[in-house]
Design a protein around this ligand. Sequence first.
Ligand code: C5P
Length: 224
Amino acid sequence: LADGPLKGRHILVTSGPTHEPIDPVRYIANRSSGAQGTALAAALRDLGAQVSFVTGPATVSPPDGVKVIKVETASEMLEAVQAALPADAAIFSAAVADWRVANAAEKKMKKDGTGNLPALDFAENPDILATVSQMKTGRPGLVVGFAAETHDVTRHATEKRARKGCDWIVANDVSPGTGIMGGTENAVTIIDAKGAESWERMSKAEVAQRLAARIARALSASGE
Ligand code: C5P
C-alpha cells in the first residue's frame, strides 16, 4: 500500500453498470463504462487507502492494487457491499439498475412460432446507497453518492442527498452534447451539508484525484 493521508483507511467503491437477467442468456443493462469509479478507486489507492472495489460488468478494467469483487445484479451488489463493510468511507459510483425482471426465466426463452410475444414484469431493486446511508449501526463515517442529471443539477442533487441520507452527492450534467457519459472528461458539482461547489470541466482522472483528496481531508477532519 502507498504511504499517504489515507493509510490505514478502508474505503468501499461501487462502480460500473449492473446486468439484470431476462433468462440465462439475456439481460437488461445500461451504458455505464465504470470509468469514473475506476479512476476514483485508483486515486484512493494512490493516497494509501485499502480499497474494496465492488464492480458490475464494466467495460474498463479494474485498477491494480485494490480488492476487486465482481458482481452482476443489483441484489448481488448490495450483498457484496454489506459483506465488505465496515469501511471508513463508501463511494457509490455504480449505475445500478432501478428495476430487475421479476419473472426471469430459468431456461432460455424460445419463439413459439405463432408470433406470441413474451411479457416482462419488473420488480424494484434495492437502493444500495440509501440502505448504507441509513444504517443505524456500522454506517461508514462518510457516504458519497453520485447523481447524473440533465437539468437543474444542483436542485435535483440537493434533493437526492436529503432523500438518500448520504453525506455528499457528486452530481454531473449528462445532457446530450456534453460528451460526459462515456467520455473522458467530467464537470461535477459537489453537494454537502454546507452547500454546492462546482468544479470546472477536467479529466475523469483529475476529478478522481481531487475527490480522493477531499475525502482524505474529510476523514482526517472527522478525527476518527
Ligand atoms: O436515484 P439515483 O439512481 O439517481 O441515485 C444515484 C446514486 O444512487 C448513485 O450513487 C448510485 O450508485 C446509487 N444507487 C444505488 N442503488 C440503486 C440505485 C442508485 O446505490 N438501486
